[in-house]
Design a protein around this ligand. Structure first.
Ligand code: FAD
Length: 325
């Protein structure tokens, strides 16, 4: 039994979520008394590839070339499946990131493997039987899932596993599998970023606001707090529906699902459809003037107060703290 992990790069670099997924793969491999091989696709520099060794990867298969410079779902899935077959890997681990959500089912289909996506913990291993805890019903519940297939594809929810440095060393080797021509029927020619700010799915801190802010003219205090924290901004659905904020910021069941280390909800009631998109957050802070607001039930920390009073004070305190560091 061996473990393959997909190391997804962004512009040739690995984000924290890659080291998380690698640490997770290493923990599983240790349990199974085996090693972790990573597959990297696209043009990633040697130092970045070598850095995977520090988190437990012993071997890196590096697939480069102009054709694979931009993410192509079908082709990347073919490469990962080819790597799994090449190694005889039984477990393939992918981050449940935006692109991972498209890749994992494709890889599973190619390998005829069972898939557990949105996994949030290490598996329970008992007498060779492996069960996986995964988010279900838009994060409103967890499903304990057993994969009965010999091969298994796991998509790990970002921010659900800690980084574990091992101080190890990875051997890097070139891997050039055959990719079906049909995989390139649709290709991305260029990526034009809409903003230089941290994007919501990648954000480690999210400052989110709702109808309690009364109108778009009041978002200055939200942006100031987000800037002080280096956070992305988000909002509830009625806020983006009203055009107060862009739709790309709408979080929830019908919007983006986030999984930051810290989610600060300001003037948001905590309707179940909103909570569906934030339940994977590590720590939730709620600021609401109504002590009965449902959001407080899922909050780790709560402040009952008027946002227009609390938020500027919080921003000032964070700036003062950062200034004194
Ligand atoms: P409100 O419910 O109006 O709450 C405003 C909150 O602000 C209140 O708790 C109030 O106490 C507080 N407040 C007011 N003034 C202040 C102040 N000065 N300081 C501090 N607090 C204050 N919603 C989503 O967000 N995401 C979704 O994906 C989503 N999908 C949906 C899908 C369906 C099919 C349906 C039916 C609904 C969906 N909704 C979604 C809507 C959801 O049900 C709620 O209506 C919505 O989340 C409420 O938004 P809100 O909390 O900003 O506004």
């Amino acid at each position: 039994m061996s473990v393959l992990v997909y190391a997804e790069n962004t512009g040739g670099l690995f984000k924290k979520s890659v080291y998380e997924v690698v640490s997770y793969a290493k923990a599983i491999a240790d349990n199974l008394n085996t090693t972790v091989t990573a597959i990297s696709i696209g043009n990633v520099e040697q130092p970045a590839l070598a850095s995977l060794g520090n988190y437990g990867v012993s071997r890196v298969l590096n697939v480069s070339g102009d054709q694979l410079k931009q993410f192509v779902n079908q082709a990347y899935a073919s490469v990962i499946a080819a790597a799994a077959n090449h190694l005889g890997a039984d477990i393939v681990i992918i981050s449940n990131s935006f692109s991972g959500k498209g890749l994992a089912p494709r890889v599973a289909a190619k390998l005829e493997a069972g898939l557990a996506d949105g996994v949030v913990e290490l598996p329970n291993i008992d007498n060779g039987k492996m069960t996986w805890k995964k988010a279900a019903f838009s994060g409103k519940a967890f499903a304990i899932t057993e994969l009965l297939s010999a091969k298994k594809v796991i998509a790990l929810t970002p921010n659900s596993f800690e980084l574990r440095e091992t101080g190890g060393h990875a051997e890097i080797e070139s891997f050039q599998p055959d990719i079906p021509g049909g995989d390139f029927a649709s290709v991305v020619r260029d990526i034009v970023r809409a903003t230089d700010k941290v994007t919501l799915p990648d954000a480690e801190i999210v400052v989110s606001a709702g109808r309690g802010l009364k109108g778009p003219e009041n978002w200055g205090i939200i942006e100031e707090l987000a800037d002080a924290l280096g956070a992305a901004t988000a909002c509830s659905k009625p806020v983006s529906d009203a055009g107060w904020r862009p739709h790309a910021e709408h979080v929830g069941q019908t919007g983006i699902a986030v999984s930051p280390n810290l989610y600060i909800a300001i003037g948001i009631s905590g309707a179940i459809q909103h909570l569906a998109g934030v339940s994977a957050s590590k720590t939730i802070v709620v600021i609401n003037k109504d002590p009965e607001a449902p959001f407080f039930k899922v909050a780790d920390y709560g402040i009952v107060g008027d946002a227009f009073d609390v938020v500027p004070k919080l921003t000032a305190a964070i700036k003062a703290y950062k200034g004194s560091e």
